[in-house]
Design a binder for this molecule. Structure first.
Ligand code: UT7
Length: 323
């Protein structure tokens, strides 16, 4: 029997503390005007000292499970997309599994930075489509505030903390009503590590390190790579990108989102943008934006939704689903 991976629940979680552009301009040589004009960001949420990536992930997961009407005994796969794990090991997914009281199935992390959620969703889809697992919790969760150099104005103004989660169920394809993940496209070009990386790690420096980015070089790569992944995902489903109902992009820069939308002829009223409120939350940004749009009534049952991400690696990718 073939199965579809159908989205049954969505949830998100943000820390309480809001840091505005004005707050940052007291710390580094920047301004609200520069940040808003160059990125679209007006504020970001920052985790408190004792709040870990797994705590944000659990907050989002609980809401997604509640919406799906599922409890800890029902989930048999937990995948956490994160570049800011609680510990070097075990996987943050194992910690999340324990905090949620899930005692069966598999749990592991996926590390594809800002493309992490697209990688995780595509991976979960393959586990569910094979029939090996039945109900998956797929989470994007980050505490990027912990790897920022707060003296570096070129990076510290861009990122925030948060989490978002999907519950996916394996449903027999002939009973799924056309819903579920339809196609995905995952890509990586490791030759561009220097453009965006963290300058520390277990094996190299035995420290967590700080995020370093040549922002304008990453920007130049973004629109074309994201658009081509979206075109491949759309092609695989036999549609044109302009036919999608809703576009939920990774929230890195409003100008990148606008460039992709223009290039692919997607109508602006179909685009979900939460960058102003959340900043760039890396692997959390897509499910966070998705949940925000759901709460605002902008995504409806049966909508054809395109997701995309791009980030460190460089990695990039897209996924198409019917909600
Ligand atoms: O999610 C992971 C993937 N990441 C991305 O997709 C990020 C892609 N890159 C970007 O979004 C943009 O490149 C940035 C928002 C990071 C930067 O915008 P930009 O328009 O590419 O600016 P730039 O790096 O070319 O810098 C322009 C100027 C520079 O000054 P000079 O050399 O022209 O005098 C920077 O020093 O802006 C200066 N600058 C700032 N000024 C005020 C850089 N950061 C700031 C700042 N406040 N925070």
């Amino acid at each position: 029997m073939s199965f579809k991976a159908v989205v049954k629940g969505v949830g998100s979680y943000l820390p309480e503390k809001v840091v505005t552009n004005a707050d940052l301009s007291e710390r580094v040589d920047t301004s609200d005007e520069w940040i808003r004009e160059r990125t679209g960001i007006t504020q970001r949420f920052i985790a408190s000292e004792n709040e870990l990536t797994s705590d944000l992930a659990v907050g989002a997961a609980r809401r997604a499970m509640e919406q799906a009407g599922l409890g800890p005994d029902d989930i048999d796969l937990v995948i956490v997309a994160t570049a800011t794990p609680d510990l070097t090991f075990p996987a943050t997914a194992a910690i999340v599994q324990a905090k949620l009281g899930i005692r069966q199935g598999a749990a592991f992390d996926i590390h594809a930075v800002c493309t992490g959620f697209v990688y995780a969703l595509s991976t979960a889809e393959k586990f569910l489509a094979s029939g090996q697992h039945k109900q998956a919790l797929v989470i994007g969760a980050e505490t990027f505030s912990r790897i920022l150099d707060w003296e570096d104005r070129t990076t510290c103004v861009l990122f925030g903390d948060g989490a978002g989660a999907f519950v996916l169920s394996a449903e027999p394809a002939d009973q799924a009503d056309g819903k579920g993940i339809i196609s995905s496209c995952l890509r990586c070009d490791g030759s561009m590590v220097d453009l965006l990386h963290v300058d520390g790690g277990v094996s190299s420096t035995q420290t967590a390190g700080h995020l370093r980015m040549q922002g304008n070089k990453v920007f130049r790569e973004a629109v074309n790579r994201i658009s081509s992944a979206m075109m491949e995902a759309a092609d695989a489903a036999g549609i044109a990108p302009a036919e999608i109902d809703i576009f939920v992009p990774h929230q890195a820069n409003q100008r990148i989102i606008d460039g992709v939308v223009k290039k692919l002829g997607i109508s602006k009223d179909r685009v979900i943008s939460t960058i102003a409120q959340h900043g760039n939350t890396s692997a959390a940004s897509i499910p966070l934006a998705f949940d925000t749009a759901l709460q605002e009534g902008r995504i409806k049952s049966g909508d054809l939704v395109m997701l995309e991400g791009m980030g460190g690696g460089l990695t990039w990718g897209a996924a198409l689903l019917r909600y």
